[in-house]
Design a protein around this ligand. Structure first.
Ligand SMILES: [Fe+2]
Length: 386
């Protein structure tokens, strides 16, 4: 056995953000801060609340609350400008994965110079840690607060490609479950399905190690048990708390051990139809499971155990159970259910090719050819109406 584990994020869980944020910032020895967020959170009053906490603690705060979902390089450039005009010495990202990723990318440019595309496409090396960042997730989904990855769409080409570097880790993650209770059911379900996707793929992936196994199993157990409650009873603080923890555990696990076929397929699918990442993960999870189950070896037992299923359950039944569980959360099992017309043979071929070339594919426990990917996408599209 051989592995390396490196995870420098200070995780502060369960304490009110009003206490935990000033304490986390105090360790950075800074005075001027840019608060990065989005318009939706500004409307809920959460941004004002965070600004108040920072001001009361003696920080000079400016706000950039304009990050869009599926952020592009334009969001990064605008956040960078705001940070520069604020003379920011640290960034506080309050939001979901989009907000945290934009803050990482802006912090990268502040510390390393140049334009984002230099790093995303031209292989310019990242040589310095990003401007110190404190991530405060308001959704239990991407786990970006624990990862060294940022995913930004290129404004010109519309392509999304992650940038990965150990210099991208936030300095601290403040996880206050009370911030997540107002997320609507549909979004809770989609981002929660992403959590399960991260955990399952990290667990069965080729680069998994005993520590990521432990993290991933804890995340699978929590998501499986608590996501339905978080979706159907949004103000259930215990369920929200367990999901926020599951999200961080899953993020931590996949940051170290990688993802697999479900995320590889979700990339081209989400891009082509403008779908939410988590929704795509939820839709594709049963297909990925059906593809992988026979190749899991002893990991099959661990996975079924984490899901509370008997070992003798046949593969098809495990897949059906997962499909039913997701359907109970309102996650569709075909594109047809979303009123998306069946992709043409050329479209399926192109998406299959693209998925098979995605960076996470070599980590999948079972090798997948472009034809395998095309076949799964065809199934996920759903049978044409008769
Ligand atoms: Fe994901």
């Amino acid at each position: 056995m051989e592995f390396t584990l490196y995870s420098p994020v200070k995780l502060i869980f369960g304490r009110p953000v009003a206490q935990a944020l000033p304490e986390a910032l105090a360790e950075l020895g800074v005075r001027r801060v840019l608060l990065v967020s989005d318009a939706g959170l500004e409307k809920t009053g959460l941004v004002d609340q965070a600004r108040g906490i920072l001001s009361a603690a003696g920080y000079v705060v400016q706000t950039f609350a304009e990050v869009r979902s599926n952020p592009t390089t334009q969001d990064v450039e605008r956040a960078l400008k705001a940070a520069e005009s604020a003379g920011a010495e640290a960034l506080v990202a309050l939001g979901g994965g989009s907000v945290i990723d934009v803050a990482k990318a802006a912090g990268l440019l502040m510390a390393n110079g140049g334009r984002y595309r230099d790093y995303q496409w031209d292989g310019r090396p990242i040589t310095r840690p990003i401007t110190p960042l404190i991530a405060i997730p308001t959704t239990a989904g991407t786990g970006s607060e624990m990862t060294r990855t940022t995913v930004i769409e290129d404004e010109e080409t519309r392509f999304k490609k992650g940038v990965v570097s150990p210099y991208l880790y936030p300095r601290a993650a403040v996880l206050d479950p009370a911030l997540t209770t107002s997320l609507p059911p549909r979004l809770t379900a989609a981002v929660g399905a992403d959590v399960l996707g991260h955990a399952v793929e990290a667990y069965v992936g080729r680069r998994a190690n005993p520590i990521t196994d432990a993290l991933a199993i804890m995340a699978i157990q929590r998501a499986w048990r608590y996501l339905p409650r978080a979706v159907h009873e949004g103000h259930d603080l215990e369920a929200r708390s367990e999901m926020l923890l599951a999200s961080a555990l899953a993020g931590w696990a996949f940051d170290q051990s990688g993802l697999g076929i479900v995320h590889a397929l979700a990339g081209p699918l989400a891009a082509r139809y403008g779908l939410h990442h988590g929704l795509c993960i939820g839709l594709l999870l049963p297909y990925g499971l059906a593809f992988n189950l026979s190749a899991l070896g002893e990991k099959r037992a661990g996975l079924l155990d984490a899901l509370g299923l008997p070992q003798e359950m046949p593969d098809e039944q495990v897949v059906e159970l997962m499909r039913g569980w997701l359907a109970g959360l309102g996650i569709p099992s075909t594109l047809r259910e979303l009123d998306i017309p069946s992709p043409t043979a050329e479209e399926l071929h192109a998406m299959g090719e693209e998925a098979s070339r995605m960076a996470m594919m070599p980590n999948n426990p079972r090798p997948a050819s472009p034809e395998d990917c095309r076949h799964i996408l065809e199934q996920a599209a759903g049978a044409p109406a008769s």
